[in-house]
Design a protein around this ligand. Structure first.
Ligand code: HEC
Length: 292
């Protein structure tokens, strides 16, 4: 309880201050979050379904209203708000684990919380329609529309957190991806701006194929990312340098990829496609050359 109180004070204080507060919680994760957090992924489908259902009922009310329809609609909207509040609370728990990209996480959290607030407002406006009459209908419909827009945005950012950015369109036909690129919706992950040193391309391909899903822009497992040179050299939570240019033997990254497949610390973790010999050799050569 104390923790939820602290969180809401942080939220009132300013949205931005939430994230540093979270990492400041003593002992890493707040009590119960490892257990409760994952239920966010289960419960979130309820408000999505209920708000969509409400919108469909509103369409029916528009074209073919029937006796008692508004009551059913009020019930589904009300249940939507209740489950959205539950989802938000679980989402705050969830945000502690997972090593998500802070930027997308903030977008997802803020749109999710805004959605909950606007949906509650929609419920109030709808009960005004029920009690006072159609005077409030326009306001209520506008608010319902905004609820749906926020629902779409929040769900999309949520999807990007779990499945990676561009998860919806990565296998789209080239025509659609062309449009997306033109709208700027899907920025290319990396733009080669300087001439690239020999060996670096091969190594970049290895990272892209085998590491970036856990150590990239979307997730930073072990607080380590391979898509920026500085953090690639520096390493992650162990505090040990991942890459010591010129010295593969002292590079933690090299030691981790050379561990036996069954070892707890092997990279990529067991269960993932391991590095091939030639991939390991290109990493080693690249480090020996000073990690250009
Ligand atoms: C399925 C997810 C996943 C993939 C893929 C993955 N890693 Fe990791 N990596 C982790 C996790 C989780 C940790 C934290 C391990 C721990 O805390 O014991 C980690 C930690 C590390 C660390 C240590 C960081 C530190 O200083 O503590 C390095 C180095 C590393 N990984 C390199 C790689 C490389 C190189 C690849 C690709 C060949 C890779 N990882 C692929 C999940 C992954």
């Amino acid at each position: 309880m104390l923790w939820i109180w602290a969180l809401s004070m942080g939220a009132l204080d300013s949205w931005g201050s939430l994230t540093p507060m979270m990492s400041a919680v003593e002992g890493g994760l707040p009590p119960g979050s490892a257990f409760l957090g994952p239920f966010h992924m289960v419960v979130l489908h309820l408000p999505i379904g209920l708000f969509s259902f409400t919108a469909l009922l509103e369409l029916v009310a528009w074209f073919r209203p029937f006796e008692g329809l508004r009551r059913v609609l009020a019930t589904s909207l009300g249940l939507g708000v209740v489950t959205a509040i539950l989802t938000s609370i679980l989402g705050l728990y969830r945000s502690f684990g997972g090593d998500y990209s802070a930027e997308i996480l903030a977008l997802h959290r803020n749109t999710g919380l805004a959605l909950t607030v606007v949906a509650a407002l929609t419920l109030v406006l709808h009960s005004a329609v029920l009690r006072v009459g159609n005077l409030w209908l326009g306001w209520y419909r506008a608010s319902l529309g905004l609820t749906l827009v926020l629902l779409l945005i929040a769900s999309h950012h949520g999807g990007s957190l779990t499945h990676g950015q561009g998860f919806l369109t990565q296998n789209a036909p080239p025509v659609i991806r062309g449009w997306m690129a033109r709208w700027g919706a899907q920025e290319p992950r990396s733009k080669p701006s300087e001439p690239v040193a020999a060996g670096a391309v091969e190594v970049a391909k290895v990272f892209e194929a085998k590491c970036v899903s856990c150590h990239g822009p979307d997730k930073q497992k072990g607080k380590f990312r391979v898509d920026q040179r500085e953090s690639l050299l520096k390493g992650g939570q162990s505090g040990e340098a991942a890459v010591v240019p010129g010295d593969p033997g002292r590079s933690r990254l090299m030691r981790l990829v050379l561990l036996p497949a069954s070892h707890d610390d092997v990279m990529p973790p067991s269960g993932k496609v391991p590095l091939s010999e030639s991939e390991i050799l290109s990493l080693m050569r690249w480090i020996q050359l000073g990690a250009p």
